[in-house]
Design a binder for this molecule. Structure first.
Ligand code: BGC
Length: 751
């Protein structure tokens, strides 16, 4: 399709056309300007499959979309720690999107998992922004190279479902900069997404969809975002304020109401037409970008067989082997004795979450069928459902399962969360698995201890109650339409479990740092734990956890050696980290080497360690590979509220390389000599701060009297008065101190 001339289109559009152009038509279509050759856009969910509703379909009929590959959800794919794999998913989604006429696929979701209770955690990647940002960048690259625009969501601080359309996230700037914004920042800078989606909530009292600081200053001016900002569906409460703040497209359509409001506002001089033009131009620009990408790609083709095969591989790559006592897994498909398969989820898979991301799968594999196919008659497979998915106790089913287990050589139990326990739209009430399922597991394990458990859940569940009754636990999250096949591949070792936890599994919900404040009141939720989210909190407080961030076993073992950290110039905070990973076991496997940084001499409170880089390495038995990763300024910096910017302080940093945040195998120390811009001395600066600077001392000496006497104060008294702001100190010590005198002091100190 011919790409239109942006300037000429904009100059020929009427005011009414512009207002319609920026406010959507239906739940998935925008208006375009057919008169001037500008096509409408189709925006669909996302992010784990394409949910394209038929034209004119009732939008409330959310689950009645055209069939599409249901990939594992983000909480699973995050555990792959593999941006290239995410890129493959993005590419497959692009092909399926284009085949059904979707221009923009609404994802990825990069919100940070502040609480394990967030009902949408299955749609989000991680508790860590570096990991979330890297994976999302891979996904966006794959999607956009395939000619489809991404919509990075939900911007920002949308970390709960409770009151999501009312609540204000009360969060300080350092926490935003270090935790809740950097995943967005990384995607914007690395992958140039076509759109960013403004979230439903307010941030420090201001709606995200009309937050000028967020949508314009940070997103565009600082990060260089050059796509358009779309509202989450129904997030706009004041169309005029949103356009003014930097929102470009309001979705879904409001039957012309918002367009009328905008037209009237321009007419009345309340909204500058230039602000409207700006939004129009941005949507035009992205439309043109997508059109020319489509031209170079040729006709769209979706291959559902390939999609399914990829979904199966991704599910296996993302599965986390939490425990494997006695090396119980993998099982021998030709082993002696019956294999008991227990649990309704083996027959009725739970493979995706509820809400806008729900897709109609092209196929659906049940683990039970796949296990039977893999065994192929070599050993007997006996199934017992064990429990009902509605959570009601059923003694008969429990006893049948225990009997089946007692008569079997090996047992695999499929447990998980039912659909009713997690979805978009509400948060969970606990992290426990349903009691009826645990009861069945206990009865089964009492009858036969040779038990492996396979878990299907989107958000984290407490695993210790499972681990006490199982030799092996395989966490498969919501593994998509081919999760059943992937489970069979993993159980019998035709695939290696290659996932690592993208979020900590706590022992108890009460250990989570947001426990007291989540989800707050209808109006506000305080992010009082600040930047201590996930492992940053568990590690800082040395709290025992069920499984640390980054953890995951393999069927083989890995060794680390030869850490070298080179610093090209100590005045510049940059380092090149090199080390070797070896497969020390008997089977092929993939290790995820993780690099953590600790600021040893920080003046600000900083986490014990933070993930800054990682690499997934696939190794044959006995094979070794050298990994080189580069750390840059931001990897050593913190958001300095006093300097209002990223600061690296001079001094030592520890660099640790390992297999989880608590399994650090190699460490090194580097020293930086970074020049630090001095903060000006003010009347609020303390006595210690004044005395700590030669210029401060000189100014005090020159001021005479009580000010000069401070220079002679000895150690013990100084511990008492050192923290007093200088203004308070001088007015206390010398009641005659004038404002003029104080001003002169400050001027002299900063001259
Ligand atoms: C969700 C978004 C989704 C949109 C469109 C909203 O309710 O929060 O994630 O993309 O609906 O379906």
């Amino acid at each position: 399709m011919a790409v239109f001339d942006l300037e000429s289109v904009l100059s020929r559009m009427t005011l009414a056309e512009k207002a319609s152009f920026v406010t959507g038509v239906t739940v998935q279509d925008t208006a375009g300007v057919p008169r001037l050759g500008v096509p409408a856009l189709v925006l669909c969910d996302g992010p784990h499959g394409v949910r394209r509703l038929a034209d004119g379909a009732d939008p409330r009929d959310l689950y009645n979309a055209a069939p599409a590959t249901a990939f594992p959800t983000a909480s699973a794919t995050a555990c792959s720690w593999d941006p290239e794999l995410l890129q493959e998913i993005g590419a497959a989604l692009a092909a399926e999107s284009r085949a059904v006429g979707v221009d923009i696929l609404l994802g990825p979701g990069v919100n940070i998992k502040r609480s394990p209770l967030c009902g949408r955690n299955f749609e989000y990647f991680s508790e860590d922004p570096v990991l979330a940002g890297e994976l999302a960048s891979g996904w966006v690259r794959g999607l956009q190279r395939g000619g489809v625009g991404a919509s990075v969501k939900h911007f920002a601080a949308n970390n709960q479902e409770t009151s999501r359309m009312q609540v204000s996230a009360e969060v300080d700037e350092r926490t935003l900069r270090e935790i809740y914004l950097p995943a967005f920042e990384r995607v914007v800078k690395q992958a140039r997404p076509a759109t960013v989606m403004a979230s439903y909530n307010r941030i420090n009292g201001i709606w995200a969809a009309q937050h000028e600081w967020l949508l314009t200053q940070v997103l565009r001016d600082e990060w260089g975002f050059d796509g358009f900002v779309v509202s989450d569906w129904g997030a706009v409460t004041d169309s005029v304020a949103s356009v003014r703040a930097g929102l470009d497209l309001e979705m879904p359509g409001t039957a012309g109401r918002s367009a009328a409001v905008l037209t009237e506002a321009v007419g009345a001089g309340v909204l500058d037409e230039a602000a409207l033009d700006r939004a129009v131009a941005r949507i035009l620009e992205v439309t043109a970008r997508l059109l020319s990408a489509g031209d170079t790609l040729g006709p769209p083709r979706a291959d559902h067989a390939l999609g399914h095969a990829l979904a199966r591989r991704v599910a296996a790559e993302s599965a986390v082997l939490l425990t494997n006592g006695d090396r119980f897994l993998p099982l021998d498909p030709a082993g002696q004795g019956t294999l008991a398969v227990i649990g309704e989820f083996a027959r009725t898979p739970r493979f995706q979450g509820g809400g806008s991301s729900h897709v109609k799968p092209t196929r659906l594999e049940a683990a039970l069928d796949e296990i039977r196919a893999a065994v192929g008659g070599q050993r007997e497979v006996r199934f017992a459902p064990g429990f009902r998915l509605d959570g009601a106790a059923d003694q008969e089913l429990l006893e049948e399962a225990a009997t089946a287990a007692g008569a079997a050589a090996d047992v695999v139990v499929f447990l998980g969360l039912p659909d009713s326990e997690e979805s978009e739209g509400f948060d969970r009430a606990s992290i426990d698995l349903p009691a009826v399922q645990l009861d069945v597991l206990h009865a089964v394990a009492a009858a036969n201890p040779r038990v492996a458990v396979v878990l299907s859940n989107g958000g984290v569940v407490a695993t210790r109650p499972v681990e006490r009754h199982a030799l092996a636990v395989l966490e498969m999250w919501l593994g998509g339409q081919a999760a059943g096949g992937a489970a069979a591949d993993l159980l019998f070792g035709t695939a290696e479990p290659a996932g690592r936890l993208a979020e900590t599994i706590p022992l108890a919900l009460t250990d989570n740092p947001s426990y007291i404040s989540f989800p707050g009141t209808v109006e506000r939720v305080s992010y009082g734990e600040r930047h201590y989210v996930g492992y940053r909190w568990y590690d800082k407080t040395a709290r025992e956890v069920a499984h640390p961030f980054g953890h995951g076993l393999s069927y083989t073992t890995f060794g680390y050696s030869g850490l070298r950290v080179s610093v090209p110039d100590p005045a510049r905070p940059e380092a090149v980290v090199t080390f070797t990973v070896s497969n020390t076991g008997q089977r092929p496997g993939a290790e995820v080497a993780q690099v953590y940084v600790t600021d040893v001499e920080a003046s600000a409170d900083r986490p014990e360690r933070e993930l800054k880089a990682f690499r997934k390495v696939r190794l044959a038995p006995g094979e070794s590979r050298t990994v080189e990763l580069t750390l840059t300024m931001r990897d050593f910096a913190f958001w300095d509220e006093r300097r209002h910017g990223w600061t690296v302080e001079p001094g030592a940093f520890h660099i640790a390389v390992g297999a989880s945040s608590r399994d650090l195998r190699l460490t090194a120390t580097v020293e930086f000599n970074v020049p630090l811009t001095a903060l000006p001395l003010t009347l609020e600066s303390t006595v210690t701060e004044w005395l700590g600077r030669p210029a401060g001392r000189d100014a005090l000496a020159a001021a005479g009297n009580e000010a000069a006497r401070l220079l002679g104060v000895d150690g013990e008294i100084m511990t008492l008065i050192g923290g007093i702001p200088i203004k308070r100190m001088l007015t206390l010590a010398q009641p005659g101190t004038t404002d003029e005198g104080l001003e002169q002091l400050v001027e002299r100190a900063n001259a």
